[in-house]
Ligand binder design. Structure first.
Ligand code: NDP
Length: 241
C-alpha cells in the first residue's frame, strides 16, 4: 500500500489533505503537535470510510521527535508522498519583530520542514512526490508577519532547489501557496474582517481546506508528472504574482 506522511495532518488544511489522500488509496500518517484529539478524529473518519491511517505525535522543532517519527514502521516501509504542511503564524508587526520570535517561526516553518524531509529522505520512494505548503505571503510579504513571510519564502526557495537536485532521481517537489483559507489561522477574525477578506478576493469567498487539498492531490498524482519546482498559487485571484 502507498504511504503518505502529512505534517500537521490533523487540523485545517492538513486534515483535508489527509482525508483526500486516504480517499485516493494512501495509508496516511498524520502528525500532530499540540493536541492529539483532532488528528485522532481525522484518522477515525479515514478508517470509517474504509481507509487506513495513524496519528503520530511530532513537534517539528524537536530533532529527537523527528528522528523517532522516522522509525515508524510505515515510514521505514517507504514513503511515496510527503506533505510538509505544518506551520505557525503569530501576527507580529514587522517593525516589532525580535530575534526570539523570528527564530521560533523559522525553526517551525522552515527548519522543521527541512528536518522532517532530511530524516525521512532515506525512506522516500524513488518516485516520491513532495508537496510543501507555502503561502502567498512568502512572495508578497506582510506588515504583520515578516517572520512568517520570510519563513515561507525560505521554504519555497528550498523546495525549488530540492526539486532541481532530486529531479534526476525521479522525485518531484512542488509548493502550494494558499491565500485566505478557512482554518484556525483565520479563527481570530471578526465578522467585519472576514467580510472584508471575502470582498478582497476576486472569487468572493475564503478558500476551503479542500480547495488546497485538491491541488495537493493533483501535484502528487501522475496527472502532474511533468510539474516540479513549481509554486502554485491557490487564492481565488487574491494575489497574482
Ligand atoms: P492550522 O493552525 O489549522 O494548522 C496548523 C498545523 O500545524 C496544525 O496541524 C499544527 O499541529 C501544526 N503545527 C504547528 N506547530 C507545529 C510544530 N511545532 N510541530 C508540528 N506541527 C505543528 O492552520 P492551517 O491548516 O491553515 O495551516 C496549514 C498550513 O497552511 C500552514 O503551513 C500555514 O502556514 C499554511 N497557510 C495557511 C493559510 C490560511 O489562510 N489558513 C494561508 C497560507 C498558508 P496541531 O494540530 O497539533 O496544533
Amino acid at each position: 500500500m502507498r504511504t503518505a506522511l502529512v505534517t500537521g495532518g490533523g487540523r485545517g488544511i492538513g486534515a483535508a489533505v489527509s482525508k483526500k489522500l486516504a480517499h485516493e488509496g494512501y495509508r496516511v500518517i498524520a502528525t500532530y503537535c499540540n493536541s492529539s484529539k483532532p488528528a485522532e478524529m481525522v484518522i477515525d473518519k479515514i478508517r470509517d470510510s474504509g481507509g487506513d491511517g495513524v496519528a503520530v505525535f511530532c513537534d517539528v522543532t524537536d530533532q529527537r521527535q523527528i528522528a523517532l517519527l522516522a522509525t515508524h514502521p510505515w515510514i521505514c516501509g517507504g514513503v511515496d508522498v510527503l506533505v510538509l504542511n505544518h506551520g505557525r503564524y503569530d501576527r507580529v508587526q514587522a517593525d516589532e519583530l525580535d530575534l526570539t520570535q523570528l527564530r521560533r517561526t523559522m525553526s517551525t516553518n522552515f527548519e522543521g520542514a527541512f528536518l522532517v524531509w532530511k530524516s525521512i529522505e532515506p525512506h522516500l520512494s524513488p518516485d516520491a512526490r513532495i508537496c510543501v505548503i507555502g503561502s502567498q505571503l512568502g512572495t508578497r510579504g506582510s506588515a504583520h508577519g515578516a517572520d512568517y513571510s520570510a519563513s515561507k519564502a525560505a521554504l519555497a526557495t528550498w523546495a525549488r532547489s530540492l526539486a532541481q537536485s532530486v529531479g534526476p532521481k525521479g522525485q518531484r517537489v512542488n509548493v502550494v501557496a494558499p491565500g485566505f483559507v478557512d482554518t484556525d489561522i483565520l479563527g481570530g477574525d471578526s465578522t467585519e474582517k472576514r467580510a472584508s477578506r471575502e470582498q478582497e478576493v476576486p472569487l468572493k469567498r475564503i478558500g476551503s481546506p479542500e480547495d488546497i487539498a485538491s491541488t495537493v492531490s493533483f501535484l502528487v498524482s501522475a496527472e502532474s508528472a511533468y510539474i516540479t519546482g513549481a509554486v502554485i498559487h491557490v487564492n481565488g485571484g487574491l494575489y497574482l504574482p
